[in-house]
Design a protein around this ligand. Structure first.
Ligand code: ADP
Length: 968
């Protein structure tokens, strides 16, 4: 501190010493900066002073600090205020003055001077001291600034990033070590240059854009670009640029921090490539699985269909058992394939929900009904309960919802040995998110308004084996089963719950499980649905029906508490007046008490199976006592009610209701029972509708599937023509008349979509429309759209479900009746007697021949007999005609082929076809018809080849008929 020395020299005071504030600013301590005229004379003073640490007000420096002003002490030896800290009696000085050094108005140091003589305050000296204080302050400021600068520079220098300063015109002004390392240029090589030497070719614009951005004062944060090093290599960098402002806030330059991210980039790229590859592999695997399972379904179709058909034949018990086992295995294989297909599609992200409006109650009824047989076989009560406030129609994916519920309920049945399985649907009250069970006293309301969102809570509860806590989380994972032993005891794949869980996720729901080992489990989930427009006709019909039932007293007898509650709920919903009782005893009491007071129950609903006195015994007893004279009786039973056959003979039961009872079935049964005639005595009415025989073109390339579909349709009494590909199908439609076309989508030569388009084009000219039903294994939404837009009317997926196919086919055929009606001698009508139900037909043909299983396929004498009005004589003559005419016609056919007369050939073949058709000899008739067709087409090229087949069929028929004649 030169200021202290200078002042000492100027003033002639021999000792000067500076105190500075300690680190935390609480004391003044010696700076060890001194000015001495003769140091040795003042050893004891300097020793005493350098020990000192004074607070405000203490000793001389403390007083200066406190006042912030110079302080003058004329006689230090006798000044009381100094005594405490330094004992001036032996320090060799007499007078002293001190002055402060201030920074921003705060004292940061104090300088003291001592004299060996007594001196009075000297104003000039004090003024000079003040000036020196200011000087010292400047010096301190500079020192501090310098220190900070050095520190900052050190930080900048030590940074691994390139930190580059630039002037507004882009000239480099500073270049740190990091920059040298990153770019390979030394500071002295680049300072004064522009950054263009760092820019790869073609990127010059970038720098001018940066400079432009800086002018607006904007910061650029971590943008990624490329730069070139001194050695010419390109590197990836991340750059942040900020403007530097001068005192007047003007932009005086820019500072950029540039980081070499080449290595990081490379790592990222490698990682993302690896991730892409892994994802692709998973996708490929899932897609492969999806495709394979999909391909598996096609042959499964043929296997299942053939087994089903064979099982309908007359078989020895052993063969039936073998085939039934094969069919059971094929069924479970198909389930497994379906599960794998679903799961792999879910995994591959190729699963889409198909939301449509549907009736929730119907869906639950159907889902539960399919499981009722299994529940019944195990002696379990399967109960379906729907909160009355749950809307009737909602929008959602019914197929998938049904799949989840069937899966959960199926599991519940599988893992329960006794007790009950309850499927429950409730409405979640969204205001307070409590679940309503519909039994509260709040005004009842059937669902929300159309378009409104409702939250539905589905649960499946069982009284089965339960799931251990440690397994509860795990079983939702694919292929997981609660423990290894269950795999052996209960078959299964462990895919069901995983699929439910995923599907539920797609529906934005979450699956919950509560379970106690040995007590049972409850699987539940909640999903939001919007309420669909009500089906007006349903609603009106139900309202008008229900009004007739108002206040009708009903006695409900069931030992199962849950069932009683549900029945009571349903009946109350329709404003009836139910009385639930839990035993036959109680029922009898109720019946007799009401008879006493003359009220009675017009309707009694009785559970067939109850402990002690069962439903039948109850009814018998009540009848004996004359308690049921006017009552209509409905009996609740499980799926096997036929076994009660005899027992209900005299009981006049109006209807059997299969458990679980659906709301709509119950209402139907009540209405029919109260109004309609009583059921037939055995309690089962089989109403088989009269179906008109349809002529159906089957376009399908796989022979096995051709056979299955043909067989299904023939059983139903329809006639089939096969086209092996799309081109053949188009030809057939152009040259013949059909009631409907079943069109496989994937076929060689011309696929189903192309064929349909061509048929539709042709039909435009002909002003005709034959219903076309697509058959495809692809059950995906896009494919269905493709079929419809190609002009198909509807769609059925493989494996073909026979009842579904028949329903669809017949519905469409009725919708689009064929223009040219069948002439009486048309093949089909001769061959198949319209009006026979397929059941009847099957029965008769099975029992028709002396040699079951072989000749029954050749002809059907029972049907023939029926057609001729059950007159054996006529039938006998028909056989004789055949023996006489058939050989002649066969010869005629061969001759006409030789001479090439197509018309005559057609006529002869037509006659022979008629002869065979008289005995429902389908195959022989077909063979004749094939040749007849050739005649009509005028194309005799293939005719010679067709002769042996026809001859073989006619011979076979002749043999069978001869045998029949001997047996008859
Ligand atoms: P699977 O039944 O085909 O094995 P799931 O995924 O449907 O496959 O079920 C997985 C496992 O969860 C079952 O194997 C069984 O151990 C357990 N589980 C599922 N539902 C129930 C239930 N209701 N009660 C007891 N255990 C159950």
């Amino acid at each position: 501190m030169r200021g202290v020395a200078n002042l000492g020299e100027i003033s002639g005071w021999p000792v000067g010493h500076a105190f500075i504030l300690n680190q935390n600013g609480t004391r003044l301590v010696s700076s060890r900066i001194w000015h001495f005229s003769h140091r040795d004379n003042f050893r004891s003073l300097s020793d005493a002073s350098e020990q000192l640490a004074v607070s405000r007000g203490e000793d001389l420096p403390g007083q200066v600090w406190q006042r912030g002003e110079p302080v003058w002490i004329t006689d230090v030896e006798h000044d009381q205020s100094l005594r405490e800290q330094r004992d001036f009696s032996h320090l060799g000085v007499r007078s002293a003055f001190g002055f402060p050094v201030k920074l921003d108005g705060e004292v940061i140091a104090v300088v003291e001077f001592f004299n060996t003589r007594l001196t009075t305050p000297d104003l000039n000296l004090l003024a000079l001291a003040r000036g020196v204080g200011n000087l010292i302050r400047h010096v301190i400021e500079r020192v501090q600034w310098q220190e900070e600068r050095t520190l900052l520079a050190a930080i900048v220098e030590s940074s691994g990033d390139a930190i580059i300063g630039k002037a507004p015109d882009g000239t480099i002004t500073s270049w740190n070590n990091g920059a040298e390392e990153t770019y390979g240029w030394l500071a002295e090589e680049v300072i004064g240059e522009t950054v263009s030497l760092l820019l790869p070719p073609g990127m010059a614009r970038e720098e001018s854009e940066i400079l432009e951005a800086m002018k607006t004062g904007r910061r650029l944060d971590q943008f990624q670009t490329r730069r070139v090093r001194k050695d010419g290599t390109l590197i990836d960098v991340s750059i942040s640029v900020s403007p530097i402002r001068g005192m007047d806030n003007q932009i005086v330059g820019t500072s950029t921090i540039e980081r070499d991210i080449t290595a990081r980039r490379r790592r990222e790229e490698e990682l993302s490539k690896a991730r892409d590859e892994a994802e692709q592999a998973t996708r490929t695997q899932s897609e492969f699985l999806a495709n394979v399972s999909h391909e598996l379904r096609t042959p499964m179709n043929a296997i299942l269909g053939m087994l089903e058909l064979t099982l309908q034949e007359d078989l020895t018990p052993l063969k039936r058992d073998y085939l039934q086992t094969a069919k059971d295995s094929a069924d479970s294989l198909l389930l497994l394939v379906n599960d794998i297909l679903d799961f792999s599609r879910l995994e591959a992200g190729r699963f889409e929900l198909e939301p449509v409006p549907f009736n929730l109650r119907d869906l639950l009824d159907e889902a539960v009904k399919t499981l009722s047989l299994r529940a019944c076989e195990k002696g379990l009560e399967l109960i379906c309960r729907i909160d009355r406030r749950v809307p009737g129609r909602v929008i959602g994916d019914p197929v998938r919802l049904r799949q989840i519920l069937t899966n959960l309920a199926g599991n519940a049945i599988k893992f329960t040995e006794q007790g009950e399985v309850v499927v429950n649907v409730k409405l979640v009250d969204q205001t307070d998110s409590t679940i309503s069970d519909g039994t509260d006293s709040a005004p009842s309301r059937f669902g929300g308004l159309p378009g409104e969102q409702v939250m539905l809570d589905f649960s499946v509860t069982d009284t089965g084996i339960g799931i251990a806590p440690e397994d509860q989380e795990r079983i939702f994972a694919p292929f997981a089963q609660a423990d290894a032993s269950t795999t052996r005891h209960y078959s299964g794949t462990g895919l069901g719950l995983a699929i439910c869980h995923e599907l539920n996720g797609l529906m934005k729901g979450e699956m919950h499980l509560e379970s106690t080992l040995g007590k049972g489990s409850c699987f539940s989930f909640q999903i939001a649905c919007s309420v669909a427009d009500p089906d007006e006709t349903d609603a009106v019909r139900e309202r008008s029906r229900v009004s007739e039932l108002k206040d009708l007293p009903v006695l409900v007898v069931d030992d199962n508490q849950t069932n009683r509650v549900i029945l009571e709920e349903m009946l109350t919903n329709w404003s009836m007046s139910p009385t639930p009782v839990d035993s036959a005893q109680e029922a009898l009491e109720k019946l007799s008490s009401t008879r006493r007071d003359d009220t009675g129950y017009p309707l009694v609903i009785v559970d067939a199976l109850m402990p002690e006195t069962d439903g039948f015994m109850l009814l018998e007893q009540a009848k004996d006592e004359g308690l049921l004279d006017t009552a209509t009786i409905l009996m609740l039973s499980s799926a096997d009610h036929q076994i009660f056959g005899d027992r209900c003979r005299d009981l006049e039961i109006s209807a059997f209701l299969e458990k679980p009872i659906s709301q709509s079935d119950l209402l139907d049964a009540i209405m029919t029972a109260l109004k309609g005639p009583q059921l037939e005595q055995n309690g089962v009415v089989q109403i088989s509708e009269t179906k008109q025989s349809l002529r159906v073109l089957i376009a399908e390339d796989t022979p096995a599937n051709q056979k299955v579909i043909t067989a299904i349709l023939k059983k139903r009494g329809h006639q089939c023509v096969i086209a092996n590909n799309g081109r053949e199908a188009v030809d057939w439609v152009r040259n013949d008349t059909f009631d409907a076309v079943l069109m496989d989508v994937q076929m060689p030569t011309m696929d189903g979509l192309q064929a349909t388009k061509m048929i539709r084009e042709y039909e435009q000219e002909a002003e005709n429309h034959v219903p076309i039903i697509a058959m495809t294994a692809y059950a995906m939404r896009g494919d269905r759209d493709k079929c419809i837009s190609a002009g198909m009317d509807n769609y059925i997926s493989k494996p073909i479900d026979a009842p579904k196919l028949i329903r669809l086919l017949e519905r469409l055929a009725t919708k689009y009746p064929r223009r040219a009606s069948l002439t009486p001698e048309t093949f089909g009508e001769e061959l198949l007697s319209a009006g026979e139900s397929p059941e009847e037909e099957t029965q008769i043909s099975a029992g028709s021949s002396g040699k079951p299983g072989s000749s029954s396929t050749v002809f059907d004498m029972a049907a023939a007999l029926k057609r001729v009005g059950n007159d054996p004589e006529i039938l006998n003559s028909m056989v004789e005609y055949f023996f006489e005419d058939a050989p002649v016609l066969l010869k005629e056919i061969s001759r006409q082929i030789q001479v090439g007369d197509a018309d005559e050939l057609a006529r002869a073949a037509h006659s022979l076809k008629g002869l065979c058709a008289n005995f429902n000899a389908d195959t022989a008739a077909e063979a004749a018809k094939a040749i007849e067709e050739m005649g009509y087409q005028g194309d005799l090229q293939d005719a010679p080849e067709a002769i042996p087949a026809l001859k073989a069929e006619v011979d076979r028929l002749t043999r069978e008929l001869t045998q029949w004649r001997t047996e008859a």
